[in-house]
Ligand binder design. Structure first.
Ligand code: PEP
Ligand code: MN
Length: 332
């Protein structure tokens, strides 16, 4: 149930209404906007008399909602959420570019990629230290050493760092990592989501390979219901019958998400297409579809990359893509 309050409602009136709801066993999600306050009521609202509420002086409107996702729902929280990733804001008109190699491979590789993406205008450095590979015989990442190297790159460039976490046991290793990525393969690792909900860290939640938009939002709900509001969603392509591209970039999901949730949305054209020569047009498509950020893989020597070689951009290609992103943003 959603109660929209009149802008004449005083603080005291609002808090006594909230206590009344809480005494009825409901959780109240308060969202203060510029023009009104919205109370999202979570729990069994069947005992609430809607007519009684509508008769109160401070109530503008009351609606029952049957949506299963509550905390991420824009109806409960009309204003865009802005997530602060170690000083870099994402959402609510703040645009970010998360760039770097698929995997952290060695010191020279991550340092050169970090310098290159920074020079081209990226605002967050990415690099996988724990890699969820399809084959157990492929490069699995440098693990703790990879995190240490990312922290070195952060020290030199000043860029906040983003890296994928695969299990709740790894949380202590990610203590100094600014932005924790939940990869597509772990979107429904509910124990991981719940544990990340207790950390308060910004979480980049990627859409599962064959997950619906609703399922992605329900996974966000797992993190948020544990108390962590800092969730950013990522469309990274879904599996369809098409095999020409690695996945099918569901660009419309970006626009849908922007309509139905207040959480920031990231487009990842690298994993969506798997092809370096499609990153420029798909980055522009994501931007005009409403993406608050892009995640793009960049490697100084893509053909030698230990993972995702075909989709990583050279620094020169990335610079060109950054220019195209700027152009796409200028027409919004
Ligand atoms: C990655 O970002 O390198 C990655 C493995 O992404 P995804 O989980 O979207 O496949
Ligand atoms: Mn990758």
């Amino acid at each position: 149930m959603i109660a929209v309050l009149k802008n004449t409602a005083t603080k005291e009136q609002i808090s006594s209404l909230i206590s009344w709801f809480e005494n009825k066993g409901l959780k109240v999600n308060e969202s203060k906007g510029e023009y009104c306050t919205v109370l999202g009521l979570i729990g069994d609202t069947s005992t609430i008399d809607i007519n009684l509420l509508q008769g109160l002086d401070i109530i503008e409107s009351v609606t029952r909602v049957s949506e299963t996702f509550k905390k991420a729902n824009r109806k409960f929280h009309p204003e865009d959420t802005v997530v602060d990733v170690a000083g870099v804001k994402i959402g609510g008109g703040n645009f970010a570019v998360i760039a770097g190699p698929c995997s952290v491979e060695n010191e020279e590789q991550i340092m050169s990629a970090a310098r290159a993406v920074k020079a081209a205008g990226a605002t967050i450095l990415r690099g996988g230290a724990f890699k969820p590979r399809t084959s157990p015989y492929d490069f699995q990442g440098l693990h703790e050493e990879g995190i240490r190297l990312l922290l070195e790159a952060k020290k030199e460039t000043g860029l906040p760092i983003c890296s994928e976490i695969m299990s709740p046991e790894q949380i202590p290793v990610f203590e100094d990592v600014d932005f924790l990525q939940v990869g597509a393969r772990n979107m429904q690792n509910f124990d991981l989501l719940k544990a990340l909900g207790k950390t308060g860290k910004p979480i980049l939640l990627k859409r599962g390979l064959s997950a619906t938009i609703k399922e992605l939002l329900m996974s966000a709900e797992y993190i948020m219901s544990e108390g962590n509001p800092n969730v950013i969603l990522c469309e990274r392509g879904i599996r369809t019958y098409e095999t020409y591209t690695r996945n099918t970039f569901d660009v419309s999901a970006i626009s849908v998400l922007k309509q139905i949730t207040h959480l920031p949305v990231v487009g990842d054209p690298s994993h969506a297409t798997g092809k370096a020569n499609l990153i420029k047009p798909m980055s522009m498509a994501a931007v005009v579809s409403g993406a608050d950020a892009l995640e793009i893989e960049v490697h100084c020597n893509p053909e030698k990359a230990l993972s995702d070689a075909a989709q990583q951009l050279t620094p020169a290609q990335f610079t060109e893509v950054m220019e195209a992103i700027g152009k796409a943003r200028s027409i919004l």
